[in-house]
Design a protein around this ligand. Structure first.
Ligand code: NDP
Length: 312
């Protein structure tokens, strides 16, 4: 059994091979170039942003395993064999790891983490007003999938009033939910910290933009852990500079790594993190991929498949 890897580049290959070897020595792990040169029997591919045309050049391929929870880097390939299933990388720990990121980001916003870091760098001791409390800060989570649900539940357990928004109606204990375009504005009106955990689709592109920001209460803040395509960066900067929004925590960007020239890096109200909201370790991803391969080999249903009809 052979798997081709396009994730982390050639330097990561020995580590992938060691992890796969530990979980199932019968799986032969090939780097991308080696698999392209000798594709016979390559039934699986573990990929993040595979070179365009590379998947189509693997004639025995039967399952594409995304190296991340999103599949946008795979859908970008116009030559992708569209009939093949794509499994999203949702390991056992991914939802909780993301929920911990979102909770810490919300607390950093409450406790003015960015301002504290800037002040410390200048040895500056500001006398600040008493901090806003969790129970007085409404958090709204856009996207109530695996990650959005776990995040909403942890925020609610911590003491934030939480609401959520999804495409179709969703019920979640202790969380007020809204659905669809019709429910969007009411959801925004009740949200002091807006969390984006949507998938990247045509319908969600640019959703963190001027229209959305105008419908949030004045002084609201934004956490984007979905995808860079969700955020209209100039609109965010304009809303922050106008005082319409008070802060943002951004983990994902249109261009990654975020270019050194980006104004997001130095903005005094923005915390930038390097797409590490819930990135599983290579070991965890290899373990999950091996589980998927075993299920596929036995002809059993695979969890968290990309659904082409929904677009995510
Ligand atoms: P799921 O596919 O499980 O859930 C997606 C959610 O978004 C669902 O609730 C869905 O609604 C909702 N949704 C989709 N389209 C719309 C729309 N047009 N309007 C309203 N709601 C919509 O995704 P996950 O929770 O697993 O992951 C979410 C995203 O998080 C990933 O796609 C990825 O981009 C990002 N991510 C980021 C990571 C990071 O490290 N920063 C790590 C992992 C993921 P419904 O319930 O009706 O289907």
């Amino acid at each position: 059994m052979r798997i081709a890897i396009a994730s982390g580049g050639p330097a990561a290959l020995p580590e992938w091979q060691a992890h796969f070897q530990a979980f199932d020595p019968a799986i032969e792990v090939l780097g991308w170039e080696a698999a392209q040169a000798d594709p016979a029997g390559v039934r699986y591919a573990l990929v993040w942003q595979p070179p365009h045309g590379g998947l189509a050049a693997l004639p025995d391929l039967r399952l594409i395993i995304s190296a991340g929870a999103g599949v946008d880097g795979i859908l970008d390939d116009p030559l992708r064999p569209a009939h093949l299933p794509i499994a999203r990388m949702i390991t056992d720990s991914t939802p909780d790891v993301m929920a911990e990121y979102v909770l810490s980001a919300a607390l950093m916003l409450l406790r003015e983490g960015r301002r504290m870091a800037l002040n410390q760098a200048e040895r500056r001791w500001d006398i600040l007003p008493a901090p806003r409390r969790m129970q007085d800060t409404r958090v709204g989570v856009m996207g109530l999938g695996q990650l959005g649900k776990a995040s909403a539940l942890l925020l609610a357990r911590a003491g934030f009033p939480v609401s959520g928004w999804s495409r179709t109606p969703t019920e979640l204990p202790g969380v007020r939910t809204h659905a669809g375009v019709a429910g969007f504005d009411a959801f925004l009106a009740d949200t002091d910290i807006l969390v984006c955990l949507l998938p990247a689709t045509p319908a969600t592109q640019g959703i963190l933009g001027a229209r959305t920001f105008e419908r949030l209460p004045a002084g609201a803040a934004v956490i984007n852990v979905g995808r860079g395509s969700h955020l209209d960066e100039p609109a965010l900067l304009a809303a922050l500079d106008a005082g319409r929004l008070s802060g943002a925590v951004l983990d994902v960007f249109e261009t990654e790594p975020l270019p050194a020239a980006s104004p997001l890096w130095s903005h005094p109200a923005i915390i930038v993190t390097p797409h590490y909201g819930a990135t599983p370790s290579r070991r965890d991803r290899a373990q999950h991929a091996v589980q998927l391969i075993h299920l596929a080999e036995r002809g059993q249903p695979l969890p968290h498949l990309y659904d082409a009809a929904r677009g995510y």
